[in-house]
Design a protein around this ligand. Structure first.
Ligand SMILES: Cc1ncc(COP(=O)(O)O)c(C=O)c1O
Length: 386
């Protein structure tokens, strides 16, 4: 028998190519040449001079890397300051910074559940939540999307630790979770509520304090939030926010916190710089929502099928994965970067263009973006199966 342990990879690659699902890396230019509606830089802060200066100053002072796990040498005064700032800004008792939002979801889910516990997870949740559920060894019930009654039913008469988990704003369609109703269901079931506010922080709530602040749930006893610092805050990293005893528990038990190098000081400094800008310029949050509404309204008026945005993500339906890829490529040729979501990143199998409504887009850029998307839209004849 010949030695060919990876031949199966070629077969998988052919299958992906046939389905129009090949992914490629495309290094971007340092100076953006394209109109950017693809990144998650919702508030336009990643290149803000105060944010980049804070990031560089942190690297100069503390080094390029954290040098170790947070529990060994990887905690600096800057990490502690960011934790205080995030907790205070979003209205929670305490916070814990991790190396990514992905790691934050794994940490919260694994540390707050475990064998014998029940997690009820929304069908539209982000991949990092799905993976956190798998890693937790808890029983996981996947509830239909945005359906608090289904969550209540899934809790049923479960005896023991239980937790509902949801994105605050779903990354694919940009719709918001019914947080007040979910909180009520959790209260009745004596269950914790874990909300991933990756797409709510900086966009929803007073001055961008997030979806939980907007719903009046921030700081609640049974409520925990996870964040990424890589979207509205223009940096990198993640955090878990909640009651102090929950955060202490994570410090002692969350494996993606304990066995991972601390977040790099430059990222911590950048996030602190961005929080400073957001505190001073709270109108950025409302502007991001306004741009989203403008994009949605004008795209719909142009005959395209879009989902009414609850935050700063605007999702436009494409007839198929192939058509979505071609559409995104045509937008690029026309001078604009847009996101392209297709299976397996979309739970319902429907491919979409995903637009980011950045707070710093000008009226002219919004008009140009809508014109480019409409001009490159697939025609009806492209409507093959998704
Ligand atoms: C809803 C959601 N949660 C978590 C993450 C992961 O965050 P990070 O990129 O910081 O790992 C993302 C995005 O990447 C996200 O969209």
């Amino acid at each position: 028998m010949s030695f060919a342990p990876f031949d199966w990879i070629d077969a998988e690659a052919r299958r992906r190519a046939a389905a129009g699902l090949v992914r490629t890396l495309r290094p971007r230019d340092a100076e953006p040449e394209l109109l950017d509606l693809a990144s998650n830089d919702y508030l336009g802060l990643t290149r803000h001079p105060e944010v980049t200066a804070a990031s560089a100053a942190a690297a100069h002072r503390w080094g390029a890397g954290a040098t170790g796990s947070r529990l060994v040498t990887g905690s600096t005064a800057l990490h502690a300051e960011l934790e205080r700032e995030l907790a205070a800004f979003c209205g929670f008792e305490a916070a814990l910074v991790l190396s990514s939002g992905y790691a934050a979801n794994l940490a919260a889910l694994t540390a707050l559940s475990g064998r014998g516990s029940l997690i009820v997870s929304d069908a539209g949740n982000h991949a990092s939540i799905v993976d956190g559920c798998r890693l937790s060894r808890a029983e996981t019930a996947v509830a239909p999307h945005a359906d608090p009654d289904a969550v209540a039913k899934a809790f049923g008469a479960h005896d023991g630790r239980s937790l509902a988990v949801t994105d605050s704003v779903f990354s694919v369609d940009g719709d918001a979770a019914p947080l007040p109703a979910l909180a009520e269901v959790c209260r009745s079931a004596n269950a914790a509520l874990l909300v991933d506010d990756a797409h709510g922080l900086g966009v929803l709530g007073d001055g961008g304090r997030g979806a939980l602040a907007a719903a009046g749930l921030a700081g609640g006893d049974g409520v925990v939030a996870t964040l990424t610092l890589s979207k509205s805050l223009g940096s990198q990293g993640g955090a878990v926010l909640g009651p102090a005893r929950v955060i202490d528990h994570l410090v002692n038990t969350a494996r993606t916190f304990i066995f991972d190098t601390g977040l790099a000081p430059a990222a911590v400094g950048g996030a602190l710089g961005a929080l400073g800008v957001l505190r001073r310029e709270p109108e950025r949050a409302a502007r991001a929502r306004e741009v989203a509404t403008a994009l949605y309204t004008r795209l719909t008026a142009a005959g395209l099928e879009a989902v009414r945005p609850d935050a700063a993500v605007v999702s436009v339906r494409a007839p198929s994965a192939d058509a979505a890829v071609r559409w995104a490529a045509d937008c690029r040729t026309a001078g604009m970067a847009v996101g392209c979501f297709r299976p397996p990143s979309v739970p319902d199998g429907i491919s979409r263009l995903r637009l980011t409504a950045r707070a710093d887009l000008t009226e002219e850029q919004i008009t140009a973006a809508v014109a480019m998307i409409a001009a490159t839209a697939p025609r009806q004849t492209d409507a093959d199966v998704s």
